[in-house]
Design a binder for this molecule. Structure first.
Ligand code: NAG
Ligand code: NAG
Ligand code: NAG
Ligand code: NAG
Ligand code: NAG
Ligand code: NAG
Ligand code: NAG
Ligand code: NAG
Ligand code: NAG
Ligand code: NAG
Length: 574
């Protein structure tokens, strides 16, 4: 504790003498070279992104470039395992599962001003004028939050540009591009609409999303407000406006609509943080919801501030990932003390709009193509109604599994209260258990229970979650079907129920690794249960050196060796 605090105060923002001119760099923070990471800890997700060390929150600046490289930036405190001292960390991926850690992309521009959330776009037409002779210029737009001795100062919107494809940025010299006197005005997310840029920005405590337009990313004009819709919680944050295809039951594109996603925090229905969304139309200046329905992106409570990648071509399914945590306990989870990092992103998800039975239009949130991380198929079984699989996966090095279940030929008139399919994961060593399951009859709930996991507890660390999945209608004349997919990855569990109509994201912190899967189904005769279980690769393994350290994209320009060793040995001493 003393050591870390001492360093933090001693380190308060010396002027950088390296690459980032006009930025303030804490001497404990490396410039030009990535922060190294140890991704071997028992709680460290193996196929999810998590920061090399320190504290991560919202995903930022997400875009996919013309070569198909996905760029993820993130709210990053590289000097502690709690929030504060916000930078933009950076990582890239070709498949959204194997991430290359890159040098920190945005540093505070001056003392006591922090780089909060925002987005990035590819300025292919040089609308900004920052890119004399290239079509792969990147412009980041983000909130700078000023703090005074005695409290929060204004939050303004600012830009920085990158001529090297998003690896390093220069601050624009005429910031801010949207000024403000409010300390609650943040998280700009920019898209291109026909012939102009559009930003959605949260007036956090006035429950409004402001829409602004710009020809050049520098000059912005207020266009409209989307005010007081859905759940308010106590703040609106991280708005997203994104166009998506509407698909029919066969997957054909029949229309397109916009999604307005708003993250609320604190005050979510289950406590803390959650994301709601609205479906509607957008005409370049105004978003008009289709109906008065508030929809949620997740039925558990560890999926916040998701952002949609810029640059996914028009007409295609969109792609997002969120912060897999909740402010109610994000800064307390045991990975900080035990392994020196806190928070992972969700797995990447694919999104489009379609009709869910009875409910009507929803945004499907389905796991992105997992083929790059599949290791070996551990089980592939089909059984008739009553089935049981017990799998010891203690020899799976990643500790991570992918599970697919299809249930077909369900005669719903034969269902009882006991018609269920459950999947659990246990530690025989500690007796801990993570449970999930679906009730095919009655109110058709899908549940997750992390209450049997003992490595972390907290008054807000809710144990049990459920949703109601109205799956494909069965009747006496038609047989019904149902499906789910799940990923378990050491300390994060995600389920995609019924083709992604319902998604549940939970973090959990076992005192011993979970190594025993049990699946049990009890369904009427004639129903067919088909299950595939795969072990997953350790995505990080290919980036480790002989010592097991992930160094990331180390280039010759960096100068931080002296700095690094100041703060980081193997663990934080918080
Ligand atoms: C990485 O972390 C593991 C687990 O906490 C630890 O056993 C190992 O010594 C660490 N490796 C390095 C190079 O610090
Ligand atoms: C770039 O210019 C083309 C041709 O004018 C236009 O169709 C397109 O919408 C523009 N895109 C962006 C992002 O500026
Ligand atoms: C980009 O914009 C700048 C500033 O307007 C201009 O000098 C430059 O020629 C432009 N480059 C291209 C390729 O249009
Ligand atoms: C938009 O909302 C913000 C935040 O409530 C408010 O300050 C502003 O006046 C609104 N603009 C208009 C035109 O209503
Ligand atoms: C967009 O919609 C708003 C609200 O309905 C309307 O006032 C505005 O004129 C529309 N703009 C265009 C370009 O259609
Ligand atoms: C479902 O079961 C009922 C009762 O046995 C039977 O009458 C009905 O034909 C079955 N439906 C189908 C589609 O097989
Ligand atoms: C599934 O779990 C529920 C809740 O614990 C239990 O009531 C049910 O019997 C289980 N079903 C099977 C097939 O084991
Ligand atoms: C489940 O169904 C989907 C779609 O038909 C298929 O691609 C997948 O292989 C099936 N998985 C299992 C485990 O049966
Ligand atoms: C490493 O960073 C440089 C820019 O500094 C970039 O050009 C290169 O593509 C990156 N390599 C990888 C593997 O990410
Ligand atoms: C790297 O940083 C160290 C310590 O700040 C400094 O002494 C050294 O001159 C720097 N080297 C380069 C190549 O900039």
């Amino acid at each position: 504790m003393a050591r870390l605090l001492g360093l933090l105060s001693a380190a308060l923002f010396a002027v950088s003498t390296t690459a980032q001119s006009s930025t303030y760099v804490n001497p404990a923070v490396p410039t030009g070279t990535p922060v190294p990471g140890n991704y071997t800890g028992d709680l460290r997700p193996q196929v999810h992104f998590s920061p090399p060390q320190g504290f991560m929150n919202d995903p930022n600046g997400m875009f996919v470039d013309a070569e198909g490289t996905w760029h993820l930036y993130y709210q990053y405190n590289p000097t502690s395992v709690v929030a504060g001292n916000q930078h933009w960390g950076h990582a890239t991926s070709k498949d959204l599962y194997h991430w290359v850690n890159q040098p920190i992309a945005l540093f505070p521009p001056e003392e006591r001003v922090y780089v909060f959330s925002g987005s990035a776009v590819l300025d292919v037409n040089n609308t900004s004028g920052f890119f004399p002779d290239q079509d792969n210029g990147v412009v980041a737009i983000f909130t700078l939050a000023r703090y005074y001795e005695n409290g929060a100062g204004p939050q303004t919107q600012n830009i920085a540009y990158s001529r090297d494809g998003g690896y390093s940025f220069e601050y624009y010299d005429a910031n801010p591009v949207i000024d403000s006197t409010s300390s609650q005005f943040r998280d700009p997310k920019v898209i291109w609409y026909e012939d102009h840029w559009v930003a959605v920005i949260a007036y956090a405590q006035e429950f409004a999303v402001g829409l602004f337009t710009s020809p050049d990313l520098k000059t912005w004009t207020f266009a409209s407000n989307f005010t007081r819709h859905g759940l308010l919680g106590a703040q609106y944050e991280c708005p997203n406006l994104v166009k998506m295809p509407v698909r029919d039951a066969d997957g054909a594109v029949i229309d397109e609509k916009y999604v307005m996603a708003v993250s609320i925090q604190p005050g979510a229905p289950l406590g803390g943080s959650i994301t709601e969304y609205f479906l509607g139309d957008f005409n370049g200046t105004h978003f008009t919801p289709l109906d008065s329905v508030t929809r949620l992106t997740d039925f558990a409570k560890d999926n916040y501030a998701a952002q949609f990648f810029y640059g996914v071509p028009d007409g295609q399914n969109q792609v997002n990932l969120g912060w897999a945590s909740n402010w109610q306990y994000a800064q307390k989870v045991p990975t900080g003390n035990l392994e020196g990092w806190r928070s992972a992103m969700t797995a990447p998800r694919v999104n489009y709009i379609t009709e869910a039975p009875r409910i009507g239009l929803v945004m499907v949130d389905e796991i992105y193509d997992v083929s790059p991380i599949l290791d070996s198929k551990l089980k592939s079984e089909t059984c008739d109604g009553e089935g049981r699989i017990a799998l010891d996966y203690s020899s799976v090095e990643s500790g991570a599994l992918y599970i697919e279940v299809n249930v077909t030929n369900i005669n719903t008139t034969l269902l009882t209260d006991y018609s269920t399919l459950n999947i659990s994961f246990a530690s025989p060593a500690s007796g801990e258990i993570l449970q999930s399951g679906f009730y095919f009859g009655g109110d058709t709930p899908f549940f997750i229970n992390r209450g049997g996991i003992k490595g972390f507890d907290n008054v807000f660390f809710t144990d049990k979650f459920s949703t109601a999945d109205v799956y494909s209608s069965g009747s006496s004349s038609t047989l019904a079907s149902w499906s789910m997919k799940a990923v378990i990855d050491r300390s994060i569990f995600e389920v995609f129920v019924d083709r992604g109509f319902h998604t549940g994201t939970v973090v959990f912190y076992p005192s011993q690794p979970l190594t025993a899967l049990n699946l049990a189904s009890r369904l009427p005769a004639g129903a067919s249960v088909s299950v595939d279980i795969w072990s997953l690769k350790r995505s990080w393994a290919e980036f480790e050196n002989e010592q097991g350290t992930v160094l990331g994209n180390v280039t010759s320009s960096g100068n931080s060796t002296s700095r690094r060793s100041m703060v980081y040995d193997s663990k934080f001493s918080v």
